[in-house]
Design a protein around this ligand. Structure first.
Ligand code: B1M
Length: 211
């Protein structure tokens, strides 16, 4: 298998070519786990690296994520059969009072693209829902996005509500979004902050002790 063909097809956002290459790899008898890790995830990691250093921008990342999704659609039933375990589950959403979801979707795609399982609660998510969902899904991470200074206090409410729960010891909260800063995360005692989608993945891996 020529892995660079598959990673390039993700990097270039080739929505039609990626599933074809995945099907070819399956036909060659390559393990679904290898196709996922050496092809799709490697391609998306390359996208994340370029995005982080401003060599590519949001539109390219969204298109790459679509190509990744197209490849995953072919691979997903086989992965389920072969028992490839997701890295961990992330419950993600946009904070209560806030309808912005483009950045949150990008963060969710980056998590999916790097092997995490994601439960996306959508927009306008109240603190109780974040916590109940993470508890019910046994997810170790809640990822909260906010684009409005007026909706940021609901992040604080979520952190405070979690601290009152028995599940607080095993659930960590990471926050982000244009007006959010590391200082704000420290102030509200969130476990982590990330300025962009690929840093969010790095931060969650760091919090979970995953290399
Ligand atoms: Co709104 N809006 N908007 N808006 N909007 C902003 C955010 C604003 C800065 C525009 C401005 O005034 N200059 C301003 C907020 C001001 C403030 O609070 N400081 C604003 C306002 C005021 C409003 C309304 C109140 C306007 C009104 O109705 N009067 C209203 C609020 C509605 C509501 O939410 N209750 C409103 C509505 C809207 C639209 C519906 C029209 C639309 C949203 C469409 C949608 O999301 N589906 C919209 C848009 C598009 C914007 C701007 C123009 C673009 C936001 C965006 O998608 N950026 C925005 C101005 C701007 O940012 N230039 C603006 C691209 C996206 C990829 O970036 O979301 O920052 P971003 O995500 C980044 C990082 O922040 C980070 O990763 C992403 C990329 O790597 N990140 C995380 C995000 N979440 C993360 C979570 C993490 C980690 C990283 O961990 C969990």
């Amino acid at each position: 298998m020529n892995w660079s063909k598959l990673t390039d097809s993700i990097f270039n956002g080739d929505i039609f070519g990626t599933p074809v290459l995945v099907k070819e790899a399956i036909a060659e008898g390559i393990a679904p786990k290898d196709i996922l890790e050496k092809g799709l995830i490697a391609g998306m990691s390359a996208v994340g690296k370029k995005f982080k250093i401003n060599e590519i921008f949001v539109p390219e990342v969204l298109i790459a994520a679509k190509a990744m999704q197209a490849g995953l659609t072919v691979l997903e039933p086989l992965l389920a059969e072969s028992g490839v375990k997701p890295v961990a589950k992330v419950v993600i959403g946009t904070v209560k009072g806030d309808l912005h979801d483009i950045g949150k979707n990008l963060v969710a795609m980056m998590f999916r693209g790097t092997g995490f399982s994601v439960l996306d609660l959508g927009i306008d998510v109240p603190p109780e829902r974040f916590i109940k969902s993470a508890e019910a899904e046994n997810a170790p991470i809640i990822a909260i996005s906010s684009l409005l200074t007026t909706s940021m206090p609901s992040m604080k409410d979520t952190v405070e509500l979690l601290k009152k729960k028995g599940s607080a010891a095993r659930i960590k909260i990471i926050i982000g979004g244009a007006p959010v800063t590391q200082e704000y995360a420290d102030e509200i005692k969130a476990d982590g902050y990330a300025p962009d989608a690929s840093s969010a993945v790095d931060k969650v891996k760091e919090l979970l002790g995953i290399r």
